[in-house]
Write a protein that binds this ligand. Structure first.
Ligand SMILES: [Zn+2]
Length: 74
């Protein structure tokens, strides 16, 4: 009898949402620190894309501290 109630409570706790990264089931609760993502991998992919994007923009700035073409070096 009590088993039915426990099962219901457990289901309410383990709420699942759709992972924005892979579209799979993701546990939306305290047991999942990566929510709304399903795993650290999906969360890492999202953050990695953002980081590489900003890094790429920064890398496009040409370095101006290189002693390139200095006649005294030759
Ligand atoms: Zn995922």
């Amino acid at each position: 009898m009590t088993q039915k109630t426990d099962d219901k409570a457990a289901k309410a706790k383990a709420r699942t949402v759709r992972c924005p990264q892979c579209g799979g089931d993701s546990v939306y609760g305290p047991s999942n620190p990566y929510r709304p993502f399903c795993s650290d991998r999906c969360k890492g992919i999202d953050l990695g894309a953002w980081a590489s994007e900003s890094f790429r923009m920064e890398a496009e700035t040409p370095p101006d501290d290189q002693p390139f073409g200095d006649p005294r070096l030759q």
